[in-house]
Design a protein around this ligand. Structure first.
Ligand code: FES
Length: 90
């Protein structure tokens, strides 16, 4: 079973199939939930290969903010297919 681990809290969430990170409201703070505000930004510590590719909304927001770190993702735009370790930014 794939596991998402949250570095900030040390919690782990096990899931049986792919999971949209937007479902992790108990572990990640969300705002707009549409890729516009950046509230849900997380740094992928490991397991980036197990996440969906960046969406156009992520590319647009990170370009607007000048953020170039490829490990940053917007949780509201991201889906996990396997194990990953995340650090919540906000
Ligand atoms: S909640 Fe606003 S960008 Fe994800």
């Amino acid at each position: 079973m794939p596991i998402l681990r949250f570095v900030n809290t040390g919690t782990e969430v096990e899931f049986s199939d792919s999971v949209a990170l937007i479902e992790m409201e108990d572990h990640i703070m969300f705002g707009c939930k549409s890729g516009n505000c950046g509230t849900c930004a997380v740094r992928i510590v490991s397991g980036a290969e197990n996440l969906s590719a960046r969406t156009d909304r992520e590319h647009r927001l990170f370009e607007l903010t000048g953020e170039t770190d490829p490990a940053l993702r917007l949780a509201c735009q991201c889906r996990a297919f396997g194990d990953a370790v995340l650090f919540e930014i906000n």
